[in-house]
Write a protein that binds this ligand. Structure first.
Ligand code: BTN
Length: 255
């Protein structure tokens, strides 16, 4: 079982039985000056949030809900890359946990197994003028949720459902942080954005080669996903062969 081997991430962990949202609590801590690497964990959340205004179902005692305080020393334009960096760390930790799991990264913030959602990432940036003041990186992982009695609908899954085993949540949290810290340090030193993990992102991309549509300000973009740019943008090639880059939003599967 992995132990925490980081220098900073998770060296201070605020554990709560129940919170509205670990992201909200971590934001308050960060605004109050918490060091980078501070982690907030809750056994349950009453108002867990997802991207695009969705909620994150957070039943007690079975899953992982945590948020990490980060203070990246990078221009704000690079901050969205953090979500994909977290996805890589999660992917590595999950693959190490069980070599048969085959998790896929669904751009920009989901981890899927067998096409079902296992984990979601929500990064929230607090900026002051044009400098990123801090980022709260929130991660939810369905760990030991059993999935019966309509708990998880057909679009979601859990590690227990996929592996048949009960997974240690503290060990998984430690493993994610162990993988993330060196990735984060490297990313901050890189001149070339996410190129150092580009292959890993593309090789494990759920959307690679699929036909998707994305809503944009000036209409719908439809095409085949042909890659992930070093900047973290999704590359969609339209039927006429033009590669288009999408910085944010949601890619819907067409077939
Ligand atoms: C998504 O899939 O849209 C992102 C889900 C993120 C959920 C996690 S659980 C811990 C942290 N606190 C929250 O309120 N949300 C994130």
């Amino acid at each position: 079982e992995p132990c925490l081997s980081t220098a900073r991430f998770g060296r201070l962990i605020h554990w709560h039985r129940s919170l509205e949202s670990t992201n909200s609590t971590a934001r308050l801590l960060a605004a109050g000056g918490a060091d980078e690497g501070a982690v907030v964990v809750a056994e349950s959340q009453s108002a867990g949030r997802g991207r695009l205004g969705r909620s994150w179902d957070s039943p007690s005692g079975v899953n992982l809900y945590f948020s990490l305080v980060l203070r990246p020393q990078l221009p704000p334009g690079r901050i969205p890359q953090l979500t994909l960096l977290l996805a890589v760390a999660l992917h590595r930790a999950l693959t190490l946990l069980d070599g048969e799991l085959r998790p896929a990264i669904k751009w920009p913030n989901d981890i899927l197994v067998g096409g079902r959602k296992l984990s979601g990432i929500l990064c929230e940036m607090q900026s002051e003028a044009d400098r990123a003041h801090f980022v709260v990186a929130g991660i939810g992982i369905n760990v030991n949720q059993a999935g019966f009695e309509g708990e998880l609908d057909g679009t979601a899954t859990s590690l227990r459902m996929e592996t048949g085993r009960t997974i240690s949540r503290p060990a998984l949290l430690a493993s994610v942080l162990n993988h993330l810290e060196p990735l984060y340090d490297r990313w901050q030193q890189e001149e070339d954005d996410l190129r150092f993990v580009q292959k890993e992102l593309e090789d494990n991309a759920f959307l690679q080669g699929r036909t998707v549509s994305v809503e944009r300000m000036h209409g719908t973009l439809e095409g085949t996903v042909t890659g992930i740019a070093p900047t973290g943008e999704l590359i969609i090639t339209t039927p006429d062969g033009t590669p288009c880059r999408v910085a944010s939003g949601e890619a819907r599967l067409r077939k």
